[in-house]
Design a protein around this ligand. Structure first.
Ligand code: GLA
Length: 713
């Protein structure tokens, strides 16, 4: 007797997922797409080719019509057999509130004591679907997981266009779309162990039939909430089906799941849109601000970070002068980056001190207290950098606990940036890190902000804590340990804002963001290259979480010179910050910065909470442009990436405005080069701006526009 006697239609505002149970007790997907007027139409064509909601290795052989040889779950049972068959046993629905409805399908293997729960959470207003699975080993012996994905999507179309977001240090979230030919497969993965996103955020865009457009066509946007090794793969099989599988990556060794224990996969977030990827991003951003990011509905402060300003070269005086200038410019928070700790092994360079989280008394005789007092006296907030997962062999911590570093027996562990990774699978290590935070934050209650860095990957993947049969668990248990530390710290110090940094953008993922307020987008702060990176980031992550800093020109990483206005206009489209020595700025620069900063504070709700419309793609056009719309107000940013003498870019068509309303246009951040449009302080109809467009006078490369639009009554 089936548990589901009727099909189950799960709805969000615009999307529908229809499921049913077949005669063998398996859950199948009848429909995923635009919400239907009559939900039951989803079943009207017969469902003999309906894919499984979650498939095992054995299933990959038994569904010949749409089989692609792919599967979500593969287990080695205690008897050594690679065998699992799932039958539906129980269904439950929990409505968490008016917006969130969780559906749980429990499946069991009739032959082995293994239970699987498939969780599907539907977020009604933001049209977002979350899927994850928990695997329960109910036997008295261990089993091994070879694959445990969060789930997969199936589609059938004539063509598939897949966008991936490759990354590396200094070049994060650089997107690339490609058509997936019949019979081909594409894989996006990361194997760094510590950080998912350094090799590309664990996200994907699947466009059906046509390349992904901002405004039209069917697209599915997927993002895995996991900060460790992952695999996202799409296979276009011979029968024209697309299988898109998503999950953490267990390779190269199986994961040992002990007797009577469970394994929960990370959550996979799916958003479907039939109106292009612009709408898909906006839906995901809404979800993120409400559920995906810590305090996503609270405005973010403008900060100045000390790193590119002084690197390791500072003392108390240097910092006090920087803080004074920070306060004078109207910046709200000062963040002291690397270099403040270590005494026996002072952190005057990156070769020593990591792990010894005590203030360096030579550099900072008045301690952190001196800095927080100074900040308070100036009326600004104070934040500090830590890299808690790491250790330099030249540190007191390593001298007393060399076994706490990840390492292989009989081998000298490889150093990267002169450091080793601490073994977070070990509870003693986690306890040590938690205490570092407890000591720091209880003895300095005025620390408002932590920049949590993680600058290297795992190599030599061995643990002195895990026994021989669990060595293969290290990379996953590491991430679970990391999340546990964050859960403890964020519960104990809920008021502290935390930034995820990982050699730049190594932790731009929703696994990380549920604990953090924001991420450092890239160590590459060149405003020109940032336009491309920030464009990529914007597909999954809202501007409120994207730290973007104005830095010195020429840029320290690329040597490129850019106008101050351009740097401001780029940084202001995210969470604005500064990363330079403010005492080196001349009076003109300070005055310009003060003005831009006061504008940012005024318009930040539009950027941090508004809906994003990407208008002109820098990968395809010389002009990059996007805008944020929030109620009756909007902000447009446009950047001329390059200019050829005889090339005059066309008018820029805006989006997201009210076609019936009239808007007052005000150019912000205007510099000596004058206005970019003739529309400053003009009142123009929303319909005109969207249908005919805005004329921008582009004369020189790296000119930019920041335009405020406000509905007049
Ligand atoms: C990493 C970070 C930088 C900075 C340095 C400090 O590279 O990405 O922002 O904090 O570490 O060592």
């Amino acid at each position: 007797m089936p548990i589901l006697t009727e099909p189950l239609h799960l709805h969000s505002k615009h999307t529908q997922l229809s499921l049913f149970e077949d005669e063998q007790g398996q859950i199948r997907v009848a429909y995923f797409g635009t919400r239907l007027h009559d939900e039951s139409d989803a079943m009207s064509m017969g469902c003999d080719q309906a894919p499984l909601l979650y498939s095992t290795y054995a299933d990959s052989f038994s569904t010949p019509r749409n089989a692609s040889g792919e599967y979500d779950l593969c287990i080695i049972q205690a008897d050594g057999q690679i065998s699992l068959a799932l039958v539906h046993e129980h269904y439950e629905k929990h409505s968490l509130d008016k917006d969130r409805h969780e559906h749980i399908f429990t499946l069991k293997d009739p032959a082995y004591p293994v239970k699987i729960e498939i969780h599907l959470c539907v977020y009604e207003q933001s049209d977002t679907f979350e899927q994850w699975v928990s695997i329960h080993n109910e036997s008295n012996t261990g089993i091994q997981l070879l694959r445990a994905s969060s789930g997969h999507l199936y589609a059938k179309a004539n063509h598939y266009f897949i966008t991936g977001f490759r990354g590396t240090w200094g070049g994060e979230s650089l997107m690339c779309e490609t058509e997936l030919a019949l019979g081909h497969e594409i894989d996006f993965c990361s194997d760094t162990g510590t950080k998912a996103a350094q090799e590309g955020t664990p996200g994907i865009i699947i466009a059906l039939n046509e390349p992904a457009s901002e405004t039209k066509g069917e697209v599915i946007l997927g993002s895995l909430a996991w900060s460790g090794n992952y695999r996202l793969w799409c296979k276009h099989n011979q029968h024209h089906y697309l299988y898109a599988g998503v999950g953490l990556d267990i390779t190269p060794a199986p994961y040992q799941l002990d007797a009577h224990s469970q394994f929960e996969t990370p959550k996979m977030i799916w958003v479907y849109s039939d109106a292009g990827k612009g709408e898909a991003s906006r839906r995901l951003h809404r979800w993120a601000r409400q559920y995906g990011i810590r305090h996503g509905q609270k405005e973010r402060y403008v900060l100045l970070n000390s790193w590119e300003g002084v690197y390791f070269n500072f003392n108390e005086e240097t910092l006090y002068r920087m803080m004074e200038r920070t306060a004078e410019m109207g910046i709200e928070l000062f963040v002291l980056d690397d270099g403040w700790f270590g005494n026996k092994f002072p952190r005057n360079h990156d070769k020593a001190g990591l792990g010894d989280w005590e203030i360096n008394h030579t550099k900072l005789p008045d301690g952190i207290r001196g800095l927080t007092e100074k900040a308070k006296a100036l009326g600004i907030r104070f934040g500090i950098w830590l890299e808690p997962e790491m250790v330099n062999p030249e540190s007191c911590l390593y001298q007393s606990h060399p076994d706490w570093a990840i390492q292989l027996n009989h081998r000298e562990p490889k150093r990267e940036r002169h450091q080793l990774v601490l073994d977070l699978s070990n509870p003693a290590v986690r306890g040590y890190i938690i205490n570092v935070f407890r000591d720091l934050l209880t003895s300095n209650p005025d620390i408002d902000y932590i920049k949590w860095d993680c600058n290297r990957k795992i190599s030599d993947p061995g643990s002195t804590y895990l026994d021989a049969s669990h060595q293969g668990n290290l990379a996953i248990d590491y991430v679970r340990g990391y999340e546990e530390i964050l859960r403890v710290i964020t519960a104990e110090f809920p008021h502290v804002t935390i930034q995820a940094c990982s050699a730049g953008g190594g932790r731009i993922d929703y696994g990380t963001l549920k604990h953090y307020h924001e991420f450092w987008t890239s160590d590459n702060t060149d405003a020109v290259e940032r336009v491309y990176m920030q464009w990529g980031v914007s597909h999954f992550f809202p501007a409120i979480a994207m730290a973007a800093h104005v830095t010195a020109s020429p840029n320290h990483q690329t040597g490129r010179s850019t106008p101050l206005k351009f740097r401001f206009d780029v940084a202001m489209s995210g969470r604005l910050g500064f990363e330079l020595q403010p005492c080196d700025m001349n009076d003109d620069e300070v005055n310009y910065a003060k003005q831009a900063l006061s504008e940012y504070k005024r318009i930040r709700p539009i950027i941090q909470f508004g809906d994003l419309y990407r208008l002109s793609n820098p990968w395809k056009n010389r002009v990059a442009a996007h805008m944020f719309v929030h109620g009756k107000r909007a902000i447009l940013f446009a950047y001329l990436m390059d200019k050829w003498l005889a090339d005059w870019p066309p008018k820029l068509k805006l989006q997201g405005l009210n076609p019936q309303a009239r808007y007052r246009l005000t150019e912000l951040n205007v510099d000596d080069s004058g206005f970019r449009t003739e529309s400053h302080q003009r009142i123009v109809g929303g319909d005109y701006l969207m249908n005919s467009g805005l004329l921008i006078h582009w004369r020189r490369p790296l000119q930019s526009l920041c335009l405020e639009l406000e509905e007049t009554d």
